[in-house]
Structure formats: C-alpha cells, structure tokens
Write a protein that binds this ligand. Sequence first.
Ligand code: NAI
Ligand code: MG
Length: 361
Amino acid sequence: MSAAESTYSIDVIAGDGIGPEVMSAAVACVDALGPAFGYTVQWRIRDWGSGYYRRHGRMMPADGLDQLATGDAILLGAVGTPDIADDASLWGLLIPIRRHFDQYVNLRPVRLLPGVTSPLADAGQVDILVVRENTEGEYSEIGGRIHRGQPGEAAIQEAVFTRAGITRVSEYAIDQAVRRKGHLISATKSNGIIHTMPFWDQVVEETAAGRTGLTLEKVLIDALAARLVLNPRSVDVILASNLFGDILSDLAAAVAGSIGVAPSANLNPPRRHPSMFESVHGSAPDIAGQGLANPVGQMWAAAMMLDHLGQPAATSALTASFESALQSGTRTRDLGGTASTAQFTDAVLEQCRTVNPAAAA
Ligand code: NAI
Ligand code: MG
C-alpha cells in the first residue's frame, strides 16, 4: 500500500465503435483498485473522434493538444469509422498527439495469456516486448505526388532517421533488455536499405557499446518476421523503427492469440509531456454496440498507465485480475467464450477485490 495519496488527472478519449465499451470496463478497474493502492483518478472525458468530426469537421478541438497538456496521462480507446477516411482519424488525432507530446517510444508487450490459444502449435511461454520508434523514420510527411492521373505519375516519400531519435529509443530499449534477460534484438534491413538502415545499426551499436549485461543481436526484418513464427521464445526485447515496429508488433500480437488483448503505450520517457495508453485494436465496427468486445487490451493499457504513474503494485493487481478471470474460464466470444463485455468485466472487478480486500471498500 502506498504511503501518500495521489490524485491523477487522466484524459479519456474513448473514441468510436467498441472504444467506449472497452473504456468503461478499464476505467471501472482503475477506480476499483484506487482505494487499496492510495490513489484517485479525475477522469477528463473527451468526446473526440468520428462523432466530433461529423459535427465540427475535425477529430478534436483546435486547442485539443493544449487541453491534454495539463493532464498526467491519456487513455485512448479506438478511433475510426467506416464512413470517414482512416487517414483523417490517424493524422487528425493519434499522430498529432504522439508527435506533439514527443511520445518517441511505442511499447507493446506481448504475452500468451491464460485461456488464450496461439495459432502456433508450440508458442509456450511467449513473452516479448516490442520497442518501436514512434516519431520519425518511415512515417514522414516529406514527399509528394507529381503528374497525378498521367502516365508518368510518381510518388516519393522520404524516411527521416536522426542520430538523436535513434539514440533515445535505443537507450530505452537497452534499459528494458537489461532489466529483463539482457538480450536485445535490433530489427534492420541494412542489406537492402543502404542509407538509413546502416545508420540505424551504427547508432544502435554505439548506444549499446559498453553496457554490461547486454547482448545485442542485429536481425534482418524478414528473417525476424519468420523467427517470430518459427521460434518466438528465442525473442525477448525487440528494438525497431516506426514501420518495422508497427508490423512486428501486430505479428507478435497475432502469435499471442487475439488482437482484443493487446495493449500499447506511447511514452514520453523524460515525462515532460503526458504519455498515451491504448488498446492495439481498432473500433471494430462489425461487433460495436453488441456487448461482444473483449476489454482485456484496454484493461492492460490502463495497467501500463498505472505503472507509468508510479503505481506498479496496482499494475500487478490489475493484470493478475484479468489473468485470473481468463484462467477461471470467463471469456468473451473472440476467445471462444460466451461472456459479454459486462460479464467479463464483472469477473475482473471481483478479482480486483480478491487481490486486495481493501479495494472492495
Ligand atoms: P479492428 O481492430 O477494429 O478489428 C479487426 C477484427 O478484430 C474485427 O473482426 C473485430 O471485430 C475484431 N476485434 C478487434 N478488437 C476486438 C475486441 N476488443 N474484442 C473482440 N474482437 C475484436 O481493425 P479494423 O477492422 O481494421 O479497423 C476498424 C476501424 O478501426 C478502422 O476505422 C481503423 O482505422 C480503426 N483503427 C483504429 C485504431 C486506433 O484507434 N488506434 C487501430 C486500428 C484500427
Ligand atoms: Mg485501440
């Protein structure tokens, strides 16, 4: 139990589709654990996303980033709806938040949870942490299209890799690797992409040089993708550029069974700005409004948020609670169960109270 009471201001962007359904489940868990661990949360509800876009022609208010700047963290559900172009939701909300708040680490833990079946026969104890560079690399606005609609039409998109950008994300990944098993895999493609990727390799190596308790392995992205399928247990911490990390983390999440259980953190490690925590899945319009959504990814994201806020014991209690609920056989339909979102959430809340009786107060 923590000695001092803490109060956090958390911005909630539940978003679209199943976003609000899984968000209320995650918020209930965080609130349920508060009394036991000595914190309270002031939730600042933001009705941003596609509904806001229909009313105002933009995904968030013009001063949206200023509003978020005063909070301790951001919890995001999912944004996106079939009748609005996906790049409008991505570049109108998510990417501005990641870049404005310099959330240069995208962290995605991947574990095979109880009751979740991997599509691989021998996934066993998969436990992987993907550290993805989140502000530069292949995702850049630099480029353009010429001769639109003409036979000579062409497009150019530049990738931007900076020494500072590679160094800081490498430092983060190295720290994580040293804290875990001391093994870091850096995803590269320096045989084919002959300017940026050798630079990436060089800066990663320079950053890792002299670190005790660390083995650095460079693996080509194509071979690494195959290895995640063939031998996922040989992988612990992966460091990857924006694009490679995006692809690998979905691949790793698939190995761990279901998109519905995967969380992600967009971190500003120096804590100059709020960090953002989100489920990996999207708004799932095919199941929205039916009470079928699996809230585990959103709960796990909330647990990562508690860790970032300095509440590691509450993080463990929350992850243990949804793992126990899964273990006991309460599962949503995507995991082969019959529980609704609400029924599964109730099972987790009950576990939250068991983990620490004071939480039931
Ligand atoms: P999706 O993740 O929303 O859905 C893919 C499939 O997984 C669907 O069959 C869905 O029913 C299922 N699924 C996803 N989450 C689930 C959960 N928690 N429980 C049970 N089943 C779940 O991806 P999709 O269909 O490609 O995208 C739908 C919309 O979401 C699009 O507008 C897309 O742009 C947006 N999106 C937003 C993201 C974000 O807010 N960070 C991330 C990915 C997609
Ligand atoms: Mg999400």
